[in-house]
Design a protein around this ligand. Structure first.
Ligand code: GLC
Length: 798
């Protein structure tokens, strides 16, 4: 079933059926002022933190779904019929109501057509601003004059702390006020008497303000009391005010506040009118008035949307490809990098699922997220990596959560010793070289940065501490301890149990460290790392190979998990793929264990994390047992890991299999079968139900997932093989053998490289000839020093 299509030219996904199986959402704004909007205009807004800065309400996981939001109600004053500019909340029958939603890069346009009236509502937050525009165009497509009233609606929180807003009703229902200012703006104030300033942040016990303004049409009436607007025992689909056709001029005083502004439009046949609603945080009388003065015109809104698009499109322009697979083109050219940028911005803190339980940047997630954006926004990626490096504790471990606006390097209290996770800082070995190789900024390794708690070191020094952290915490088999968890949140090996996944990560870290030390001409450091790697290899080979697979882990009591003799969790994806990625597996082991993966873990929807699911295993060892079999860490398809499977197969030169795996979990590949995943076909989801569940293919937790970065990274750097190295851009594709060719335009260190790859012999991998600007080169590296502003690379595989 298909609900929409990709429009790559406009960089939009166009939803033509509004009754999508789940809410299909988009992100507006920035980390300063964030907003989420669905294809039916549901959603919420927040300042800096989705948990503590929530000013616009959404009822999560509720019935009906994704309400309320940013609504325009329309009422035909002659017939008294009313509807909304998005299909929901009024929900007119779909044989009479047309809806087209275009989710673009940080803007969403929802168009409707009903009873001879067409509307188009455009929602966005201008770059760098703390307010949003809702721009509405209303067109009379009928052949008679029409009297149409328009009512905006949104619902404010009573407390910006979302938990308090929902739970602490004895307090929060008595602190909000709403009114119309002399300038005709709505003023919403929480704890108004505490202070007049809201701009200093999301601290408690200060006043919090929001404002709403109408521009481009006469204000006929308003309501700020939600109860007055909706009426008792009603809902968003049939508000009393809209039914009656007139706002009541209510001033909220306690209970709940909303923002409704009414305008009445008379439209001749064929006539269009446009108006703007502006909604922002800050005091209406100061910030609101100032903002409306500066931004309150249709022309300014047009200009701001143009700037917003230009900014996002430039970010997405770091790589543009044309491959034989349309779905891959949508993914690489628009939605993959956009998903990466949104995940990078919001970590796991704000979506329709992450609704306030997580606040701040999860350490390991955020370091991995940086990997997905190094080519799109290298400077931002560097700043983020610096932030994360300053959240590394001086013992080499990490703070689990970093609050970007509150983090105080050098002054943080480190976690309790038993709270450290074993993998946190090992992700630096993926993300930091990715940044340096992208930019050539080798000096970054020598930049001095503080630790979270005390002391400082160069970036190289931070990397060494990361390795030492794991080298100093090994178990009886010489493998790194799992500590409170490794990548897998559910793993409980006992603090001194040993994680093979971390052993492989550590091995990769030692290799990468040695390479960096060589680049910096520090041979002793390189030798130090390689010595440790050698001992680690001996430990791994002594205990971790189980004939056709690597084991999962060794518990503190010596129990070995993930062997062919285990009843549950006989095989674990991560240790197979990372044995290959880290280079720890011999070539026989690599080939064999990836075959075992294919036999036991491959499904049409992606690779399962493990199999069979846990049912009997104690929760003390394997928390995954709490999940239904076939879901999340319990033998689900954990999409975060799919890119690793792809990379491992590419390392072995298996382009056909790598692509099968990639496509199985590529959202766009499901566009015509969207009912299988159910979530947005344009973004990744954290987990896909596996064949151990009754609903294989259903995917959950859209947008914010490590799947975004790894899917993009594996496709661009391994399948297409465009791999930045310190000396230039390596081009080493590993593609399906039936591809004839592909092209790519890559922005690299300020230069443009146009790449054409031809595959006349239908191989998966192997470069036969390679030319840069017509000059044949000895191998498949485009040397950075030979780059001109515009370059042409021709590659023939064979
Ligand atoms: C979630 C967490 C991530 C963890 C993964 C596996 O994606 O955000 O930190 O690594 O689950 O448990």
């Amino acid at each position: 079933m298909r609900y929409g299509h990709f429009d790559d030219e406009a960089k939009e996904y166009v939803i033509t059926r509004p009754d999508t199986p789940t809410s299909w959402s988009n992100y507006l704004g920035s980390t300063g002022y964030g907003a989420i909007i669905t294809n039916n205009a549901g959603g919420y807004g927040f300042y800096r933190s989705g948990a503590r800065g929530r000013f616009l309400r959404l009822r999560f996981n509720s019935v009906p779904m994704d309400q309320p939001g940013r609504y325009f109600y329309l009422r035909d004053q002659e017939s008294a019929d009313y509807w909304s500019a998005s299909w929901q909340p009024v929900g007119k029958p779909l044989d009479a109501y047309e809806s087209v939603c275009r989710h673009g890069t940080a803007y969403t346009i929802i168009a409707s057509r009903y009873a001879g009236i067409a509307t188009e509502a455009t929602y966005f937050v201008p770059l760098g601003q703390a307010f949003e525009y809702w721009r509405l165009r209303v067109t009379n497509e009928s052949d008679r004059p029409r009297e149409i009233s328009v009512f905006s609606f949104c619902e404010f929180t009573n407390q910006w702390d979302t938990y308090q807003d929902r739970v602490n009703l004895q307090y929060s229902l008595f602190i909000v006020r709403g009114s119309l200012t002399e300038d005709g703006l709505l003023r919403i104030a929480i704890q108004d008497h505490l202070t007049r300033e809201t701009e200093e942040g999301i601290i408690q016990d200060i006043a919090h303000h929001a404002w709403l303004a109408l521009v481009g049409a006469d204000l006929i009436g308003y309501d700020t009391s939600r109860e007055a607007f909706l009426g008792p025992y009603r809902s968003y689909h049939n508000p009393l005010v809209v039914e009656q056709g007139r706002c009541t001029g209510s001033d909220a005083y306690g209970d709940n506040a909303c923002g409704s502004l009414q305008s009445d439009l008379t439209l001749q046949p064929g006539e269009s009118r446009e108006l703007l609603v502006m909604l922002g945080i800050g005091d209406a009388r100061s910030v609101g008035v100032r903002t409306v003065d500066e931004f309150g015109s249709l022309d300014r809104a047009t200009e701001e949307l143009r700037k917003l698009k230009a900014s996002w499109h430039a970010k997405l322009g770091s790589l543009v490809v044309e491959t034989p697979d349309e779905a891959l083109n949508h993914t690489i050219n628009v939605w993959g990098p956009y998903n990466c940028l949104i995940t990078y911005a919001w970590s796991r803190a704000a979506s329709l699922v992450y609704n306030g339980e997580r606040d701040g940047l999860g350490f390991r997630d955020s370091v991995q997220d940086a990997l997905g954006v190094v080519s799109a926004v290298p400077d931002d990626a560097r700043a983020r990596l610096e932030l994360m490096l300053t959240a590394q504790v001086s013992n080499g471990g990490a703070m689990p959560i970093v609050k970007p606006f509150e983090h105080r390097p050098g002054h943080e209290t480190p976690p309790d010793p038993e709270a450290y996770r074993s993998d946190d800082c090992l992700w630096f070995f993926n993300a930091i070289p990715a940044y340096v190789n992208e930019t050539g900024d080798v000096g970054f390794y020598e930049k001095v940065l503080p630790y979270a708690d005390r002391g400082e070191a160069t970036v190289l020094g931070h990397l060494r501490r990361a390795l030492e952290f794991n080298l100093e915490r090994t178990g009886t088999h010489g493998l790194p301890c799992g500590l409170s968890a490794d990548w897998n949140d559910c793993l409980r090996l006992g603090y001194h149990g040993e994680s093979l996944f971390v052993a492989f990560q550590l091995r990769l870290g030692l290799t990468v460290y040695a390479q960096i030390a060589e680049q910096l001409e520090q041979p002793d450091e390189a030798a130090w790392a390689l010595d440790h790697r050698q001992s680690l290899d001996v430990s791994i080979q002594a205990c971790a190979w189980d004939g056709d697979r690597f084991i999962w882990a060794i518990g503190e009591d010596g129990t070995v998990y993930g062997t062919h003799e285990s009843d549950e969790g006989k095989i674990y994806l991560n240790t197979q793929v990372w044995s290959v990625i880290s280079g720890a597996a011999s070539s026989e082991q690599a080939a064999r264990c990836m075959e075992t993966v294919n036999e036991h873990l491959a499904t049409p929807y992606g690779l399962m994390l493990s199999a069979p699911p846990f049912v009997k295993t104690s929760i003390d060892v394997m928390r995954a047992v709490v999940f239904n079999p076939g879901v999340k860490e319990n033998a689900g398809i954990f999409n975060h890991t799919q890119g690793w499977g792809v990379i491992a197969e590419c390392c072995l030169g298996h382009g056909d299999r790598a692509y099968d795996y990639y496509r199985a979990s590529m959202p766009a590949a499901y566009n015509d079968r969207a009912e299988i995943r159910q979530i947005e076909p344009y973004v990744q989801g954290q987990t896909t139900y596996s064949t151990f569940s009754p609903r294989p293919g259903n995917t959950r937790t859209p947008w914010l997932t490590g799947a975004a970065a790894w899917a993009y990274f594996s496709a661009t750097q391994y399948i297409l093989g465009l791999r930045p190295e310190i000396d230039g851009l390596r081009i080493d594709p590993c593609i399906p053998s039936d591809w004839d060719d592909f092209t790519a335009t890559r922005r690299f260190r300020g230069k443009t490289i146009e790449i054409e790859v031809r595959n006349p012999d239908h191989v998966c991998r192997g470069v036969k000839t390679f030319t840069l600007n017509g000059e044949p080169l000895p191998d498949n590296l485009v040397p950075a020093k030979k780059l001109q502003d515009h370059n042409r690379v021709e590659v023939v595989l064979g």
